[in-house]
Design a binder for this molecule. Structure first.
Ligand code: TXA
Ligand code: MG
Length: 345
């Protein structure tokens, strides 16, 4: 299949026509790129699962561009959900509701009675939904198991030839996926950390529980089906070192020199640390003082590890606060939970 690349500045009628005819289109959002299809069309949804190689028991987020659209999809909006909507939509927050039965195509919900909904802030995505007039189901536009795409070049790399079109909206400014909260539960539960932090949520809904599964184990039944899959895995063996800066520097150096050949060894670190590692390839995550920037860079840098055929890469544990929670969740998955405590000799 020939994939059409559409400029984000273009009028989006071609993209709409493709979606109208049951085709699938990758599109920017403020978090990561999504692979969109008409949520009411089961053929389109099947195409999404096929193009990504996504297991079909993993439900998709449905994207809307108005509250009227929300009311066509869900049974009830609780008071807590309404407060979250008022404060965080449009934006990087996905809310799970009880679905109205038989509205979206059944493969969107993967057999669940609930539905995950997001009203994205990105203007291209909003315009696309408005122009189409139907909700768009869209998982992240990466091949399953790859980091989510935060730049159009990542989408082209993963999906060129597999989808009808890709809309070029440059790079995404949040860089990690939306936070997912389950509003069918009382108290509301955070099931995936992301662009909206727990502190931000708690200012609006004080009684909120964090039930995120940071485990990649396949045995436990996860609340959010997607959490059981190993995501964001670079080919390199990634190790997270936890501790004070001097412990981190000492330990990573020790680990680096345990390898015979340094050509395939790298460090994925905030810029403040990089001058301590001159003998190996360095991947700059941005400043420790600006974790939003680290979040924005993270997936692109994980992809770069593979581009440079790294085999062993060392990174650090970021403070698990604010957006650091989402960063650590992604890094833990990318490392397969390989975390060690830094030491000094
Ligand atoms: O920022 C984002 O959320 C991006 C952009 C494109 O909007 N989308 C995204 O989609 O990250 P995806 O499919 O990669 O992740 C959706 C997550 C999965 O973990 C899935 O299991 C969960 O949301 N999910 C979807 N519907 C659900 C439901 N009804 N109940 C629980 N979890 C659900
Ligand atoms: Mg994804």
């Amino acid at each position: 299949m020939e994939t059409l690349i559409i400029s984000g500045n273009a009028d989006l009628s071609t993209a709409c026509e493709i979606l109208n005819n049951g085709g699938i289109v990758a599109t920017p959002t403020e978090t990561v790129y999504g692979l969109a299809g008409n949520a009411l069309n089961s053929d389109a949804i099947n195409k999404i699962f096929r193009a990504k190689g996504r297991p079909n028991d993993n439900p998709l987020i449905v994207h809307i561009a108005s509250l009227e659209m929300l009311y066509t999809l869900v049974e009830e909006v609780s008071d807590d959900a309404q407060m979250l909507i008022d404060n965080f939509w449009p934006g990087p927050l996905t809310i799970i509701f009880d679905a109205k039965p038989n509205v979206v195509s059944s493969n969107v919900q993967a057999g669940l009675s609930t539905i995950a909904i997001r009203f994205p802030a990105n203007e291209i995505m909003q315009k696309l939904i408005e122009k189409c007039g139907f909700p768009l189901a869209a998982p992240s536009a990466n091949l399953s198991g790859k980091p989510s795409p935060t730049d159009v070049k990542h989408v082209i790399c993963d999906l060129n030839g597999k989808v009808e079109a890709i809309i070029d909206g440059g790079s995404c400014n949040v860089g990690v996926e939306s936070t997912v909260v389950d509003a069918t539960k009382n108290p509301v539960k955070i099931v995936r950390s992301g662009g909206v932090t727990e502190t931000m949520l708690k200012k609006i809904v004080s009684n909120i529980e964090n039930k995120e599964m940071n485990s990649t184990s396949l045995d436990i039944k996860p609340i959010s089906p997607g959490m059981k899959y190993k995501h964001y895995s670079p080919n390199a063996d990634l190790t997270i070192v936890q501790g004070l800066p001097e412990e981190i520097i000492f330990t990573i150096n020790k680990l680096i020199y345990s390898h015979q050949n340094l050509d395939k060894v790298g460090v994925l670190l905030p810029e403040e640390f990089l001058s301590n590692f001159t003998k190996v390839k360095t991947f700059n995550l941005g400043s420790m003082e600006n974790l939003e920037q680290v979040a924005q860079n993270l997936f692109a840098k994980l992809r770069e590890l593979d581009e440079h055929q790294m085999e062993f890469v060392y990174t650090i544990a970021f403070p698990a606060q604010e957006i650091g929670v989402a960063i650590m969740n992604r890094l833990e998955k990318a490392s397969g939970k390989s975390i060690i405590k830094g030491f000094l000799e």
